[in-house]
Design a protein around this ligand. Sequence first.
Ligand code: KG4
Length: 333
Amino acid sequence: MNILAIESSCDETAVAVVKDGRTVLADAIASQADMHAIYGGVVPEIASRKHIEAIAGLADQALTQAGVTKADIDAVAVTYAPGLIGALLVGVNFAKSVAYGLGVPIVPVHHVRGHIAANYIAHPDLEPPFVCLCVSGGNTLIVDVQDYTEMKIMGATRDDAAGECFDKVARVLGIGYPGGAPMDRLAQGGDDKRYELPRAHVAGAPLDMSFSGLKTAVLNLAHNAVQRGETLDLPGLAASFAAAVSDTLVPRVMEAAGRTGYGKIAVAGGVAANSRIRADLERACQASGNKLYLPPLHLCGDNGAMIGCQGYYEYLAGVRGDWSLNAYATRNI
Ligand code: KG4
């Protein structure tokens, strides 16, 4: 079964062709990051317009790459939530037009479910149940993946997402947008104990997280350094910051895994590319006997293949959209 999969929730337009859930025949992506970098963050109106310009050409490109024709497509999967509403609407309406024109079903896919599914593509042996740490620019969740389409949130951020925190701190430090990858590179040469940064705990909710205090602490450090005419040790700050984020995420996902007893932990989303978080998880999983599933870097960020993969399992579970399918900025997983 060939699924044409469409992703347009933020600043990447992506169209993939995925065969039988886990075989990626094509994965075409057009990133708008350079355009948004000028403004230091994603400008929603520009994102929508860029998706409109790119999406049809990318679909053609994906079909050519996959070596299939429109007649070989059995269903269209599309990200319908969560994300920037105008950006999502471009993908949803394009998907509806293609499905209508081809006379095939349309399958709505939750963006975070897609990120989780990137692990099925990377790891052919991975099957639910497992615990997944989902960390991206817009979401930070610990999810109990009971089955391919049965999921329960075990913990979540109460404020900023981890990726958003990386991006905002990077912007203040003048490191650019998106800030996660350059902060990660900068941290390689830094002392992770150089600056004392907070690790927040949410009273009564041990698996929930908070990153706004950490963000404010870095902003205050930067502000005070400017006031006093001091130079910040940027590699040291990047390393101390990555350690604080990792110290917030890793113990909680380990605690969640212990509660379920599944013995399997996966990681998903753009921040899953972070080298400190990956290394800390590897150590913690080795010590506790959990099997760790890390997606390769090209499947951490937004892509169409993950939507095609999850779309396949949603299709098997009977999930279908109709012509009134809408997009939603927020939606429970
Ligand atoms: O999953 P993604 O591409 O988009 C969303 O669905 O949000 O994630 C993008 C986020 C950005 O905040 C980016 O700064 C962050 O992932 N990111 C990283 C790294 N690479 C990307 N954060 C930390 N370390 C990295 N190496």
